[in-house]
Design a protein around this ligand. Structure first.
Ligand code: AMP
Ligand code: ZN
Length: 496
């Protein structure tokens, strides 16, 4: 028995698809998490569903993983700048709440959304505010080694001392200068230099402030991810993820400071994976641009979170994806059909790894029928191994459900295996829960006409005292989520 297809991942470092083999017994996986100053939007969720897909893929390959996702509750200044106000402090002032309240509230909102999207919990969710002493040590070490210089506004990393600075962004230095942030910092040696420590301005007392060798202040944004990942995953680890915006600045700076700090001449992290943006009306959905739609908005409009997950997985993580009502409608309809079909196969076995799925098949004596199922397992493995081609997994799943050559037992295994990778909760999602909150006005005219035809038929059956038929139709209506009440004026209906 082969071990399946070689896992290949697109590495932003070098911009090519490479074989992935772990460098240690446990794959260290670090994902840049939320800055908890406002509700996470649907674009943010794309980043977490992507990281979750990667995590599920590693599990599928039988690789133990330690996954860390940080919570940024201090250090991220407005406009990603080095000198501006902290995003959390601005939010606290706006909402007249304490910074701690703001952080706790939006961290909770983040956890709620990722749970609704069936994202596997990370092993650790470190808070930046809990690692400030370590960040100070890290920055002090960089200063000792001659990589940092002090200005009145803070301690800065000297990017000219970092060989290969910006390799991840694939921009030459001139390009970086062009693209450099508009912010002017007095005394900064290179436009790409960034703050390791942000000093308190004279006369301004920050809410979140720590004493440091450079006076009172707060850490720079990039520092936390270097410090917390090294603390929790070791000096070197295998994979770092984030949205593609981080490829240009945040991750470039993480690499520069971490490699300067470690100073062992080795690349700090081997694989850098970035998800593309979710767009709305051709623009990136951004927190700063007025919030952006949330998962809760979708739910209120009658969509199931799993329909949103299905919508995301229907695109490849490295392609931009347009968020439109039609696309989410289509995903919801696909989910509804998929779950209705899969519900007949329940209970599904547990097939989280390729090896486990294959073992389940060989337990069955069905011979040729298992061969067809084994073929689908191979398709799933080929698709996920080719840089996480989730659209192909969905296609293979749909094909298997229509294929008369696959026996029921084999199909159970294929569905369970596909869902171990997709995370759509095919094993337990209640078909009736999918459209729970639809209102009649959300139905399209064809659906309304079909419902009314059934109700008319039921009325006729009742008139003919054909009770079994009338009951059958009522059951069918119930399955569609339609509640019929008989009133003196005739039958009335609504959606449950
Ligand atoms: P933030 O909470 O703003 O620090 O972002 C959390 C994660 O969401 C980061 O990995 C971002 O790169 C990612 N992200 C932000 N906006 C989008 C978007 N519109 N589409 C996809 N990912 C995004
Ligand atoms: Zn980060």
């Amino acid at each position: 028995m082969t071990t399946g297809h070689q896992l290949r991942l697109y590495n932003s470092l070098g911009r090519r698809t490479e074989d992935f083999t772990p460098s240690a017994a446990v794959v260290g996986l670090y994902s840049c998490g939320p800055t908890v100053y406002s509700f996470p939007h649907l674009g943010n969720m794309r980043a977490y569903v992507f990281a979750d897909t990667l995590r599920r893929t590693l599990r599928w390959k039988g690789l133990p993983v330690r996954h860390v996702t940080n919570i940024t509750d201090v250090g991220h200044a407005v406009a990603d700048s080095d000198t501006g106000e902290d995003k959390l402090e601005v939010a606290a002032a706006r909402e007249r709440r304490s910074v701690a309240d703001i952080a706790a509230f939006y961290t909770q909102a983040f956890f709620q959304d990722i749970a609704a999207l069936n994202v596997l919990p990370a092993d650790e969710y470190p808070r930046a505010s809990e690692y400030v002493p370590q960040m100070i040590e890290f920055a002090a070490r960089l200063q000792e080694k001659g990589y940092a210089y002090l200005l009145p506004s803070g301690l800065y990393f000297d990017t000219s001392k970092s060989p290969g600075y910006g390799a991840l962004a694939m921009m030459d230095l001139a390009g970086q200068r062009e693209a450099a942030r508009v912010e002017h910092v007095e005394g900064r040696r290179n436009k790409t230099d960034f703050a390791l420590w942000r000093a308190e301005e004279p006369g301004v007392r920050r809410v979140m402030r720590w004493q440091s060798p450079w006076g009172w202040g707060a850490p720079g944004w990039h520092l936390e991810c270097s410090v917390m990942s090294i603390a929790l995953l070791g000096e070197h680890f295998d994979i770092h993820t984030g949205g593609v915006d981080h490829r240009e600045l945040h991750h470039v700076n993480e690499i520069a400071q971490s490699e300067a700090y470690l100073g062992d001449g080795r690349p700090w992290v081997r694989f850098w994976l970035h998800n593309e943006f979710l767009l709305m009306n051709a623009a990136k959905i951004a927190k700063s641009a007025g919030g952006g739609p949330r998962l809760a908005d979708l739910e209120q409009a009658g969509y199931h979170p799993m329909a949103y997950r299905l919508f995301l997985l229907g695109g490849h993580y490295r392609s931009q994806l347009d968020f439109t009502t039609q696309a989410v409608d289509a995903a919801q309809a696909t989910l509804r059909r998929l779950v209705a079909r899969v519900a007949l196969l329940r209970p599904l076995p547990v097939a989280e790894t390729l090896a486990a799925a294959r073992a389940l098949l060989t337990d069955d004596e069905a011979g040729d029928r298992d061969k067809a199922a084994a073929g689908y397992l191979d398709q799933l493995d080929a698709a996920i191994s080719a840089d996480l081609a989730t659209p192909k997994i969905l296609a293979a799943l749909q094909d298997s459900l229509r294929d008369p050559d696959v026996g029921t037992e084999g199909l159970r295994v294929v569905v369970a295996a596909a869902d171990a990778l997709l995370g759509l909760r095919l094993a337990d999602l209640d078909p009736r829960a999918i459209d729970r909150r639809r209102s009649v006005s959300d139905l399209d005219p064809a659906e309304v006409a079909a419902i009314e035809r059934l109700i008319a038929e039921r009325t006729r059956a009742r008139g003919e005292r054909d009770w079994p038929r009338a009951d059958e139709i009522r059951a069918e209506l119930e399955r569609l989520g339609v509640q019929v009440t008989d009133t003196p004026a005739g039958p009335a209906w609504e959606l449950r």
